[in-house]
Design a protein around this ligand. Sequence first.
Ligand code: GUN
Length: 288
Amino acid sequence: MTARNIDGNALSAKVREELAQRAAVLTAQGAQPCLAVILVGEDPASAVYVRNKVVGCEKAGFRSLKYTYPADVAPQEVLAKIAELNADASVHGILVQLPLPKQFNSEEVLEAISPEKDVDGFHAVNFGLLLQGRKSFYPCTPWGVMKMLESENIQLKGAEAVVIGRSNIVGKPMAVMLMSKGATVTICHSQTKDLAFHTKRADIVVAAVGRAKMITGDMIKPGAVVIDVGMNRDENGKLCGDVDFASAREVASLITPVPGGVGPMTITMLLANTVESAQRALEAKSKS
Ligand code: GUN
């Protein structure tokens, strides 16, 4: 069997079109969605991510604010900006690009963002709400994966899902989201004794470890759905995922490529959270 690709660019374009329409309706009601992005330091990868977020906002008709600080900025200055943005009713989403320089306590910064504007879904309050199955902002990458599975009508009820990676940003929320849709979820990580034992029994494998091509075709159950969240460089400096695409696609039924798979969905879901936040703010205003 040769797997079919799940095209993240195509799905992303379709979802962004819907979001642009929602944004236009909100704008006409005087509530143009607005995302504020804070970038500290000169990390080139972070600068590219932030630029893509700003461009994504503008193309969808959102207002976009960007604040940049030198790497040696005092954390208080950034915290003061977050407080100002929290208090500004015209701002619906606040995002601090990670990683932050070492003088920062990232947890303190992320938790300074009002949970109602935490469109990254990283605040402990939002993570707690997600765990309890209550309304929150979902972290964008795992939510994007859920959208991809939904777009392919993948049966999650009763499915065996294996998530590789236990980060707060991807692995843990991914496992919770799959579980909430009825999958039986196993979380594997660097201490897992026999990774292949787990992956070989999985109907759905989500790889989010950050190690190039570590999941090979012989670790995949025939016909499985393989989602690759990894973004690495191979031995030739070429972009690649955590999955060895060439061998895995010979065994899987559906697979996400890198690039062009999960990647584009992350910013799309950030835009979705921002529209949702603008909508909630408008509804709250009309009730008060
Ligand atoms: N750094 C890498 N990915 C992300 C992300 O999704 N959000 C933020 N804020 N920082 C990141």
